[in-house]
Design a protein around this ligand. Structure first.
Ligand code: ADP
Length: 409
């Protein structure tokens, strides 16, 4: 009995092996595709890569991506292959179309013959001069929200779409939604940088002219006071803009360190000399404790100085009248360790966890002092750029220690 059956069973095994082999192949292409899609932060490139991978994966002639406009809630063709894509892009897609249905229902849709389906938007074909025969469309879903859809058009050799196509495209769409969102966020950040950049020229003019007015002799006390406020605020805003741009540049990897022989003794000496007048105004003493024979390190001198300036400035700003500051440096486990300790207001544990976040300022204590909430974020970035580590310890009401380590080699 079993003897006569074995060729059948062998055949069954063969098809299973074939299925498995096919699945592994698809998985490999999915992984490769996902890597390609995630290799850039430029939205246009992300979409182009996604369309390329989608057509390869499903063996189709073309692909299109539809995205919801977050503000208006309208659906647009954002990109399309296999045709003059510029023409297809930014064409509005009605919600009762095939793509619209996929987006509103959040489920894949397979249309073997578009001419038989009333939801098919013929005008897009007219505009793109592409002849659609069949469509497979899947939603682009991000954390449960549908943000758009991916369509592949015309299976090659007039074959039919399979369940494998639906599954593979759905997985690809899932992985791509994150890449699309990241690229959108990144573009937004670049846009903010552009605005910040544009603000610099008018700010320079405002502070320049108000400074000139301040230098003019005048008996009008109130007028002088108003001009002083304009000048101070323009300066403050200029500083904020510069800090913002600085951080944006570092975060996007557009900043390069200019490393040279750097002597931390010199840096601390210069920063402390610069800061003494502000400290003396509040009767704050600054002590310096440098270990003897500190090695010269390879670092970006100006950037490192910026870190120490930010920490010492904060130690003055968030200190009490008559408080103490100690700046120290030593070699610790093959690394240079610099610490700025203060006897200031200290930081509560829940605020400590958020320190270094952009624009984060502790409520209460910081409100009386001027600041942007960017200084620590910048300091942390610079230290990390040097391959180092940043650390804060604090006891609320007693004081804080901000420290960093930079590798010697
Ligand atoms: P800024 O001083 O411009 O507000 P920072 O990024 O330098 O921005 O600091 C962020 C916040 O961290 C400050 O607003 C302050 O609340 C807190 N902080 C920083 N340094 C100290 C310090 N030495 N002691 C207590 N709080 C501090």
């Amino acid at each position: 009995m079993t003897d006569t059956n074995w060729p059948d069973r062998l055949m069954g095994l063969e098809t299973r092996v074939e299925t498995l082999e096919r699945e592994v192949l698809v998985l490999n292409r999915l992984i490769e595709g996902s890597q390609i899609i995630n290799s850039t932060l430029q939205l246009k490139r992300v979409l182009e890569n996604l369309m390329q991978v989608a057509t390869d994966l499903t063996d189709t002639e073309a692909s299109a991506i539809l995205l919801l406009d977050k503000k208006t809630g309208e659906l647009y063709f954002e990109a399309a292959t296999g045709t003059k894509s510029a023409e297809a892009s930014r064409v509005r897609v009605p919600m009762n179309s095939i793509g619209g249905t996929v987006v509103s229902e959040g489920r894949p849709l397979l249309i073997p013959d578009v001419h038989q389906d009333p939801r098919w938007a013929q005008n897009v074909d007219r505009q793109t001069q592409f002849q659609t025969r069949s469509i497979l469309a899947v939603p682009l879903t991000l954390r449960g929200d549908v943000i758009g859809a991916v369509e592949v058009l015309n299976k090659r050799h007039d074959a039919l779409f399979t369940d494998d196509d639906v599954n593979a495209l759905a997985i690809l769409a899932g992985q791509s939604a994150i890449a699309i969102e990241n690229a959108r966020l990144f573009e937004q950040r670049d846009y903010l940088s552009d605005i910040a950049h544009e603000l610099r020229a008018p700010l320079t003019a405002i502070s320049g002219y108000s400074q000139m007015l301040l230098e003019e002799p005048s008996d009008d006390e109130m007028l002088r006071e108003f001009i002083q406020i304009i000048y101070d605020e323009a300066r403050r805003m200029g500083e904020l803009v510069n800090n913002f741009l600085d951080l944006a540049r570092m975060e996007s990897g557009r900043t390069e360190l200019i490393k040279s022989d750097t002597n931390v003794n010199d840096i601390v000496e210069q920063v402390v000399a610069m800061s003494r007048p502000a400290a003396q105004q509040r009767d704050i003493a600054i002590h310096v404790q440098m270990a003897p024979d500190l090695p010269v390190i390879q670092a970006d001198n100006n950037r490192l100085k910026q870190v120490v300036i930010n920490l010492v400035n904060n130690a003055i700003k968030y200190n009490r009248e008559g408080g103490q500051i100690t700046v120290s440096a030593q070699v610790d486990d093959g690394r240079l360790h610099v610490a700025v300790r203060d006897t200031g207001v200290g930081i509560l544990p829940e605020d400590l966890a958020r320190l270094g976040e952009k624009f984060f300022r502790v409520r209460g204590a910081s409100e009386e002092t001027l600041g942007s909430g960017l200084g620590l974020a910048i300091a942390k970035q610079i230290v990390e750029f040097h391959g180092g580590q940043f650390n804060v310890e604090s006891t609320y009401g007693e004081g804080s220690t901000f420290g960093f380590w930079i590798p010697l080699a």
